[in-house]
Write a new protein. Sequence first.
Length: 267
Amino acid sequence: MRKGMGKLSRFLPAAYFWLVILYLLFPIVIVLPISFSNNPFLRFPPSNFGVLWYETYFSDPVWVAATVLSFKVALTASLLATVIGTMAVLVLERRQVPLKAAVTYFITSPIIIPHIFIALGVFILAVRLGLEDNALTLAGAHATIAIPFVVLIVGAAHRQLDPTFERAARVLGAGPVRAFFSAAFPSLLPGIAAAAVFAFFVSFDELIIAEFLMGEQETLPMRIWADLRLELRPTIAAVSSLLITITTLGMALSEILRRRGANLNDD
């Protein structure tokens, strides 16, 4: 009896885990085959395979312009978020900051604040300053929601640093800045790079703030949303498949960089 219960207790968590994984992967299983369909409408399973809708995507100037704009905004937002977030980590971890826990909570609060509230606040400010429908304004707003992830990732990497190397550099005559960049920064760099990749995709996939701030210009998520509302074509499946692939590769790269940084610190 106990043996049977033991097997059951091991089987149920494993079965539950795989059911959740299958549930999460189910949309991908549907979207990927549809993207390689030559059917004029969304249909599963496809009756005619090909790359028609990928060709349509790459030859459509509207889709290409939206993709280019999303890349530009995401790169700018990633740069801003990485620099500001890394500097915030250095201040919080290396200085005696009053109410440090409260300050940390404030910096990371955009994670839990609904994006529609952030979008509304930024929109009101942008209208007053005449900066609506501006890619730089959108990049700044995206940087705001990406900074918390940078602070969390870089902060975790910083807490794994061995302070002995930096102290040794100081003993050998290096100043604080030189000691940091020569002894600590190389070990911190993989974590910073991982945070930058994560921040890029936080911006690249964002829709709500872009809908508020952008008018004539469209980012890729805005173009997808508009196409879903107006005409449901298989081009969306092709774009979604590309985004799934790019995001998966980006997150894998981020994890590799994060683990590399952790291994460097362990060594």
